[in-house]
Design a binder for this molecule. Structure first.
Ligand code: THU
Length: 150
């Protein structure tokens, strides 16, 4: 993220991180033991939280970010300002590739605040820092007509 004005004021960021840490307590992680919490701030001020929920079959496991986002969407929120992601261990827990793509659908320019149990939080803008040249709805709509013979 380029230096300059913070995208979120310090108090809002601290509250969002606290929400993510609270949600992290509800993670179900018998396989990795790595708890993640997320708190997604919608443009209307509502906050939706999530935590990772793992599965004995492994692949149905879902990340914290992707438990928060659908809750927001089904509650009518589709514009987002920021998401705080907090993992165990030292240093920022940055979103995995699937979560980056999932967030990109609704909020390419969302601010991602990543933190760990210890160490400083890091701030990223999704579209520029975490998923440059991402594939989103405008690209799909731009080629709504299938090519000849395709
Ligand atoms: N995890 C998340 O919840 N979010 C991420 O963006 C990174 C990874 C979870 C998935 C799995 O349950 C555990 O962390 C270890 O990969």
């Amino acid at each position: 993220m380029p230096p300059g004005e913070p995208l979120l004021d310090a108090a809002t960021e601290a509250a969002l991180l606290a929400d993510a840490r609270a949600a992290q307590q509800h993670a179900y992680v018998p396989y990795s033991g790595f708890r993640v919490g997320a708190a997604l701030l919608a443009a209307d001020g509502r906050v939706f939280t999530g935590a990772n929920v793992e599965n004995a079959a492994y692949s149905p496991s879902i990340c914290a970010e992707r438990t928060a986002l659908p809750q927001a969407v089904i509650a009518g929120a589709r514009e987002f300002v920021a998401i705080a992601v907090v993992g165990d261990g030292d240093g920022p827990c940055t979103p995995c590739g699937v979560c980056r793509q999932t967030l990109y659908e609704f909020a390419p320019d969302v601010l991602v605040i990543a933190a760990g149990a210890t160490g400083a939080a890091a701030r990223y803008v999704l579209s520029t820092d975490l998923l440059p040249h991402g594939f989103g709805p405008p690209r799909l709509h731009a080629s709504a007509r299938p090519p000849e013979g395709g």
